[in-house]
Design a protein around this ligand. Structure first.
Ligand code: S3P
Length: 450
């Protein structure tokens, strides 16, 4: 399922103003479908992300025999089949571009009595799966990969898995979650210990669905052999999608944006801390709780940024935000240094290489290292950049274009629909100069020097 090549034409628009509703959280949307499907009873989900990744997970659970109704966009009613109620699929299950779907499902399906096959698109088919298949094999799972530990995954039905203690060597919520979800189907308990704490949505949501686990930052213990109780899930706006507007409003003079009810899970907001260290003006207002997750309005005003050494302790908490951060660094005064972020090399693209290449095209000096980069802040010029089919790289360059001297053509952007449907329209409404190929009226370009 390779996306057709689509490009954007982006250039400075106007100051970013207004109040924006950002789409629902992708990580939470995947997990809500998975746990509601395995629960006893009917769960209602609202704030569901109508993006291709979350919908891939939804389609897979339909194929596994779960009835899921859509009363309206952003809402789902999931008729759970119970922990032992999934049905064998007759053909391969397509995860599309979604690494979260493939890795979490590897764990969940390893505990089923039937065989299944997980496939993905061209980008997902290049992403490493040994990180989940190796610990799952220790639990008794039988999963075959293609050469080099790549998809597709052939998951062989297991009678019963064994609980393990797994000390992860990579800080990855997907790996942790794959093992914990397999742990639902084990004899005994499964413990995961992380090198650094990562997002804990699987743990929080298992608890909300009544599974008796224990967890604290960096550690979770799941006993096997219980049942999940249906519950309603209210999904907050995705901080990772909000990040593009946070950076854009910071960079564009005269901006003042309010982003409504954004998910503020402490394991997701590393970018907020790092941008503030660089001089950003971001206020957290009306902090609240929604379905067990902290949410808040974020008010962002333009502020000049300066380069910093990004503290390594924030890296895991902003792992999806580096494309946006690299753009902020490109527009900051001085040098920004990122270390300890080698995971960026195995995301939807090699995000160090793809963002560095695009920024160089736009006139910015970037020195790459295996686990990060040094970005020399400067003046951005226009040019043609390639997002390599990576949704977050495409959106980051749309932000960069708001500060560039000339138009930026951003190629291969169709995958933005995986995480942020409506990005172009929301960006335009906020003041971005941004249009699909060939569609940017010259009048949208505003000369900020006058
Ligand atoms: C995710 C975990 C992160 C993140 C991804 C979503 C999740 O991946 O990059 O976008 O929902 O668990 P890793 O586990 O590979 O760090």
């Amino acid at each position: 399922m390779s996306a057709p090549l689509v490009s954007w034409n982006a250039m400075p628009g106007s100051a970013l103003r207004g109040t924006l509703e950002i789409p629902g959280d992708k990580s939470v949307s995947h997990r809500a479908i998975m746990l509601a499907s395995l629960a006893d009873g009917v769960s209602r989900i609202d704030g569901f992300l109508e993006g291709e990744d979350a919908r891939a997970t939804e389609s897979i659970f339909r194929r596994l025999g779960v009835r899921i109704d859509t009363p309206q966009a952003g809402s789902r009613i999931v008729h759970g089949v119970g922990i032992d109620g999934l049905r064998a699929p007759s053909t391969p299950l397509d995860c599309g571009n979604a690494g979260t779907a493939m890795r979490l499902l590897a764990g969940l399906l390893a505990g089923q009595p039937f065989d299944s096959v997980l496939v993905g698109d061209a980008s997902l088919s290049k992403r490493p799966m040994h990180r989940v298949t190796v610990p799952l094999a220790r639990m008794g799972a039988r999963i075959d990969t293609a050469d080099g530990g790549l998809p597709p995954l052939q998951v062989h039905g297991a009678t019963r898995l064994q609980g393990i203690e797994f000390i992860a060597d990579v800080a990855s919520a997907q790996v942790k979650s794959a093992v914990l979800l397999a742990g639902l189907f084990t004899e005994g308990s499964t413990t995961v210990i992380e090198p650094q704490p990562t997002r804990d949505y699987t743990e929080r949501m298992l608890a909300a669905f009544g599974w008796p686990l224990t967890f604290s930052p960096g550690r979770a213990i799941v006993p096997g052999g219980h049942r999940l109780r249906a519950t309603d899930v209210h999904i907050p706006a995705d901080f990772s999608s909000a990040a593009f507007f946070i950076v854009a409003a910071t960079l564009v003079p005269g901006s003042g944006l309010r982003l409504r009810r954004v998910g503020m899970n402490p394991r997701r907001i590393g970018l907020l801390h790092v941008l503030r260290l660089m001089g950003a003006d971001i206020t957290v207002e009306t902090a609240d709780e929604q379905g067990g997750e902290p949410v808040a309005d974020l008010v962002v005003r333009h502020a000049p940024l300066h380069g910093i050494e990004v503290p390594v302790e924030h890296v895991a908490d902003m792992i999806d935000e580096f494309p946006a951060l690299f753009v902020a660094a490109a527009c900051a005064q001085g040098v920004t240094t990122v270390r300890g972020a080698a995971e960026l090399r195995v995301k939807e693209s090699d995000r160090i290489a793809t963002v560095a290449a695009g920024l160089r095209t736009l006139g910015i000096g970037v020195d790459e290292s295996p686990d990060g980069a040094r970005i020399h802040g400067g003046e951005l010029r226009g040019g043609r950049v390639d997002s390599h089919g990576d949704h977050r790289v495409a959106m980051a360059f749309a932000v960069a274009a708001q500060c560039a001297r000339d138009a930026v053509i951003i190629e291969d952007v169709a995958n933005v629909a995986t995480s942020f449907p409506g990005f172009v329209e929301l960006g335009q409404a906020a003041g971005f100069g941004l249009a699909r190929e060939g569609g940017l009226p010259a009048a949208l370009a505003v000369d900020r020097t006058s």
